[in-house]
Design a protein around this ligand. Structure first.
Ligand code: FES
Length: 109
C-alpha cells in the first residue's frame, strides 16, 4: 500500500536517466525527471508564463523553458536564469517496486 498522501503517477520503466515526463497530481501538472537514476518532481509549469517545462530541454539537473529560456534546477526548484524570477515547487518522490509515487510539496526554503 502506498503511504498516505502519495499517489502513483508513473512506472519506473517509463523514465530512463535523462528523461522527463509531465503527469497530473490532482489538478497540478508535475514534472518528473530522472537525473542519473534518481527521480525528482517539481512543478511542470514555468513560473514566468505558463509554459510546460516537459517540452523544454534537460541538461543534467537543469531544465530550460521552451518559451523564453528560463532555467531551473529540477532537484531544488531553484530558478537559475531570467526571465522567470520565482522558484518551482518540488514534491516528495518515492519509488516502490515499479511504481513512482508523488507526495506532498516540499516546504520552500
Ligand atoms: S514561460 Fe518560461 S521563461 Fe517565459
Amino acid at each position: 500500500m502506498a503511504e498516505e498522501g502519495f499517489v502513483k503517477v508513473a512506472d519506473v520503466g517509463e523514465l530512463g536517466p535523462g528523461d522527463m515526463k509531465a503527469v497530473e497530481v490532482g489538478a497540478e501538472p508535475v514534472l518528473l525527471v530522472n537525473v542519473d537514476g534518481t527521480i525528482f518532481a517539481c512543478d511542470d509549469t514555468c513560473t514566468h508564463a505558463l509554459a510546460s517545462l516537459s517540452e523544454g530541454d534537460l541538461s543534467g539537473e537543469e531544465v530550460e523553458c521552451p518559451l523564453h529560456g528560463a532555467a531551473f534546477n529540477v532537484t531544488t526548484g531553484e530558478v537559475l536564469t531570467p526571465p522567470a524570477d520565482e522558484n518551482l515547487k518540488t514534491y516528495q518522490v518515492r519509488v516502490e517496486g515499479d511504481d513512482v509515487l508523488i507526495g506532498p510539496a516540499n516546504q520552500q526554503a
